[in-house]
Structures are given as C-alpha cells and as structure tokens.
Write a protein that binds this ligand. Structure first.
Ligand SMILES: [Ca+2]
Ligand SMILES: [Ca+2]
Ligand SMILES: [Ca+2]
Length: 152
C-alpha cells in the first residue's frame, strides 16, 4: 500500500513534467522518467548526484518559466489550453493533481522553491541505497521498475 502510494506520487510528478514540457516545447523524450533522470547527469560520469538532480530541476524551471516571473502557472502555457494536449481527456485532470501536489502553499502557481526544493520523489525512489547518488545499477533497476508499471 505504502509502495503503491509512493509510486503513484512519482507518476503524478512525472506526468506533470511531461505535460508542462509538452506545453512549453514538444519534447517526447521527457515522457520517459528514466530519461529525465539521465538528463540530470550534468557532468556525464554516468552517476547522478543529488546536487546534479537539484541543478537539473533548477534548469528545467528556467526553461518552463517562459515569462520569467519566477512562477510556473497558466501564463507560461501561453495560448494553448493548459494540460489539454492531443485530446487526452484525463491529461488535464492529472496535471491539475500534479500541480496541487507541487503547489504546497496552494496559491495556484508553482514557485521556484516549490519546484526545485520539493521532495525529490523520483530521485529518492531510484536511489535505492540512499547514498544520494544514483549509480548505473540503481538506474537500471529503476528503469525495470518503471517498465513493469508501464507494461501493465
Ligand atoms: Ca554525474
Ligand atoms: Ca505555490
Ligand atoms: Ca544510490
């Protein structure tokens, strides 16, 4: 039960990243959470440290915050209807849930602190031994876990 909840949360977060990125710029590869993690390997040494992950989130924030007001909200989706891409009826609802999850102070927009400083659910999940580094073996087993859930 506990595990299920945590994974559900992780997918909400992933869903949000994918949705925001598809609004900001179509980047299909962002839909794969393991690839998102791999992109966080900023120095390319095959291991993702917590510091790299935080830095990567910070860069994503810059990218998504198109009007540079320091918040992610509907304004950054400019023109397109937020979360309503490709006729997927549940996408908007999932996005809303994800937004609510990240928007911890409930002001309807996501601040940098909320985005970057929020719980690193994906990272925590992948870092199986809790040493704040995702090594290659941990990345592999995380990918397997994701694949198991996706293939259901
Ligand atoms: Ca690295
Ligand atoms: Ca907020
Ligand atoms: Ca680790």
């Amino acid at each position: 039960m506990r595990l299920g909840l945590t994974l559900a949360s992780a997918f909400m977060l992933c869903g949000c990243m994918a949705a925001i990125s598809s609004v900001a710029r179509a980047q299909p590869q962002m839909r794969d959470p393991t690839q998102m993690l791999e992109r966080a390997d900023l120095d390319g040494d095959g291991r993702i440290t917590r510091a790299e992950y935080t830095e990567a989130r910070s860069r994503s924030f810059e990218q998504f915050d198109r009007n540079k007001d320091g918040y992610l909200d509907k304004a950054d989706a400019s023109g397109r209807r937020f979360g309503r891409n490709r006729g997927g009826g549940g996408a908007g609802e999932r996005l809303q849930q994800a937004m609510d999850f990240i928007d911890t102070d409930g002001d309807g927009r996501i601040s940098r602190d909320e985005f970057v400083g929020g719980r690193a659910i994906m990272f925590d999940r992948a870092d199986a031994n809790g040493d704040n580094v995702i090594d290659k073996a941990e990345m592999r087993s995380f990918r397997d876990t994701i694949a198991t859930y996706r293939d259901r």
